[in-house]
Design a binder for this molecule. Structure first.
Ligand code: GLU
Length: 417
């Protein structure tokens, strides 16, 4: 089998090139849109609890600002690299354009093992990272949010660090904040709820009810665990789940509430009562109706794509499927809801949070969920219709829609100076 390129940034450029070709984008515009506008690399010296000083490397990349401020999360993970952050930033550009919210794309990350750090160490590292990137972020410049191994507390520290530096409280500088600090109702569940709306639409297209559908979820963090819970509430049967330590399978169905409790207590879904132990690789190949990759990039590759037995792949993670695997899934008739659409619920409610912060007027949760449903359904159908019209898969269609929107904004603005 040919060696597959797994560099996330090169993969994101390939996905972009496919769409650029289809919509006949000129060479100059292609060069502008396929590369990031700004890339910042920072050293983050941090006092550790044992008195030593450790220097972490952090990144913030702004891929594109044509349609508005940069928007995108901050990831803490030992394997964070500049190329990964560049890919994630470009995926944010296409994601925001797919759901048509007025942002460009950005992403940040710090290479660190958050699971091995104390809360005090995390706070000191976060505050120093925030002050290092403060030169490029701001409510109308670049607005971070949570991503893997960061949460509402991380956002509160960043908001405080930025606000102390500026001399006033800036609610709109980050989203995904705690509710007491200008966070939005529904933001914590938003990525999963958006994924649920996409799965409902995909099932409707395939004329297959969600009720009774079997589901496998890879990754049991914010997106994965809450997706499992919401799908269970919709009557689906969650037969397999996994996290970084491994997975569990139960053909009768697993109860997400009990799984949450088990994970809370033991730190993993592994060892859940009366379930069969499986690996993360095996989870991808589980026979099910809906597979939800909700962990890292490059999980469905040329090596395992032909063994995917799901009818729908709903990408709650960013970049879980390689271009080679995409081709295999398409040939096998698997309906892929691409990441830039499927997990866009998170950034959509981030947009609502930011809008609420700027207006100083807050919505209740039902209003947030109603608006989220409207945005997600509209985007799903725009992508699906475009795909049918041009006879392309959902990913290519989403990129055609998104790249077209960003190119149009760039064209009407004109080239400076
Ligand atoms: N980290 C999330 C994502 O990848 C959310 C970003 C945001 O809300 O800005 O879409």
């Amino acid at each position: 089998m040919a060696q597959e390129n797994l560099n996330p940034f090169e993969i994101s450029q390939r996905q972009f090139d496919t769409a650029a070709e289809k919509i006949g984008l000129g060479d100059g515009m292609r060069e502008v849109l396929r590369n990031p506008k700004r890339q910042l690399i920072v050293s983050v010296p941090t006092l550790m609890d044992d008195g030593s000083v450790k220097v972490f490397t952090g990144y913030r990349v702004q891929h594109n600002l044509a349609r508005g401020p940069a928007k995108g999360g901050i990831r803490y993970h030992p394997k964070v690299t500049l190329d990964e952050v560049k890919a994630l930033a470009s995926w944010m550009t296409w994601k925001c354009a797919t759901v048509n919210i007025p942002y460009g794309g950005g992403k940040g990350g710090v290479a660190c093992d958050a699971k091995k750090m104390s809360r005090a160490e995390l706070e000191r590292m976060t505050r120093r990272y925030a002050s290092e990137i403060a030169i490029i972020i701001g409510p109308d410049r670049d607005i971070p949010a949570p991503d893997m191994y960061t949460d509402d507390q991380t956002m509160a520290w960043i908001m405080d660090t930025y606000s102390m530096t500026m001399g006033y409280s800036s609610l709109g500088v980050v989203t995904g904040k705690p509710l007491q600090l200008g966070g939005s109702a529904g933001r914590n569940e938003a990525t999963a709820r958006g994924t649920l709306f996409c799965i409902r639409e995909a099932c409707a297209v395939l004329k297959k009810p969600v009720r009774g559908a079997t589901v496998a979820v890879q990754g049991y963090g914010n997106a994965g665990a809450i997706s499992a819970r919401l799908l269970h509430q919709d009557g689906a049967r969650v037969v397999a789940v996994s996290d970084s330590k491994g997975g569990v399978y139960q053909s009768r169905g697993l109860d997400p509430a009990q799984l949450d409790e088990h994970k809370q207590r033991t730190g993993s879904v592994v060892g859940f009562k009366s379930a069969e132990r499986i690996t993360n690789e095996e989870l991808i190949e589980v026979k099910c109706d809906v597979l939800v990759p909700a962990a890292l990039e490059n999980q469905i590759t040329l090596r395992n794509a032909s063994r995917v037995r799901a009818r729908v792949v709903a990408e709650a993670a960013n970049g879980p499927t390689t271009p080679g695997a995409d081709r295999v899934l398409r040939d096998h008739g698997v309906f892929v809801v691409p990441d830039v659409l499927c997990n866009a619920g998170g950034v959509t409610v981030s947009y609502f949070e930011w809008a609420q912060n700027m207006q100083g007027y807050f919505w209740d949760e039902s209003a947030v969920n109603r608006e989220l449903e409207r945005f997600m359904k509209r985007a799903f159908h725009e992508v699906h219709e475009l795909g049918k019209r041009h006879k392309v898969d959902m990913r290519t269609a989403a990129y055609m829609l998104a790249v077209g929107r960003v190119a149009e904004a760039t064209r009407v603005r004109g080239l400076f100076p």
